[in-house]
Ligand binder design. Structure first.
Ligand code: B16
Ligand code: MG
Length: 220
């Protein structure tokens, strides 16, 4: 098998932290008098913290100074952190642990490629930090997905070529970022939203590394 590195997005792939982001943004929206629905929240997936706030302010037709925006994102983050500190291993999405074990058994390297500045805290809380050979998070990158920076950094750090790397992503911008990096892509979620991915899966449950890699590269 030719693939040597698997890079995982965090929110929506390993854990479902989107619900905690939503609750915190909704609380902020309520304070600002901006209506913010779960459907609006879809637009925030994979998007940076500051860009998320900009989208919410746009929804409410509101403008804020940079200083005000810093204070608002800090407030949202403090609520979000309260939620993630309550997380435990039971919140890892179905099939993910078995799949990570399967990769390890085949000596495929594992990296995280997330926009979140809280990624390390979440991995610690759900007790899977040790699986990762490299952790690239929102503190290390300057360009947001669909820019390929986050994934290219992971591959470079581990000395693996993009063409030998597969990325698992739940957001359209993330799939685009991986394609821009010249990597194989697996969309996790809705086939209609993730149609650009090489392969789309609904979850990691019963997913087999060998079969998946064969489907991606045509090699066993
Ligand atoms: P933070 P991912 C992304 O995580 C989330 O999908 C997105 O909703 C969030 O705004 C972003 O991280 C930044 O998160 O505020 O914790 O730094 O999907 O790239 O793992
Ligand atoms: Mg995601």
């Amino acid at each position: 098998m030719d693939l040597q590195l698997a890079i995982f997005d965090l929110d929506g792939v390993i854990v479902d932290t989107a619900k905690y982001h939503y609750l915190a943004w909704k609380r902020l929206g309520d304070e600002l008098g901006i209506e913010f629905t779960e459907q609006d929240n879809e637009r925030l997936k994979g998007v940076s913290r500051m860009r998320s706030l900009d989208i919410i302010l746009e929804l409410g037709n509101q403008k804020k100074t940079q200083e005000e925006k810093e204070a608002l994102t800090a407030k949202k983050n403090s609520w979000y952190v309260e939620s993630i500190l309550q997380m435990d291993a039971s919140q890892i999405l179905p099939g993910v642990l078995d799949f990570l074990e399967d990769l390890k058994a085949r000596s495929v390297k594992i990296a995280l490629g997330s926009a979140s500045k809280n990624a390390r805290t979440i991995l610690e809380r759900v007790q899977i930090t040790n699986y990762f050979d490299a952790i690239i998070d929102g503190n290390l990158v300057s360009k947001a997905k669909p820019d390929p920076e986050v994934f290219l950094l992971g591959a470079t750090k581990l000395g693996v070529k993009p063409t030998q790397t597969v990325v698992f992503e739940d957001a359209q911008a993330g799939i685009e970022a991986a394609l821009n990096a010249g990597m194989y892509t697996v969309g996790v979620g809705d086939r209609k939203i993730l149609s650009e991915a090489h392969v789309v899966i609904s979850s990691f449950e019963s997913l087999n590394v060998e079969e998946l890699f064969h489907a991606l590269t045509g090699q066993g």
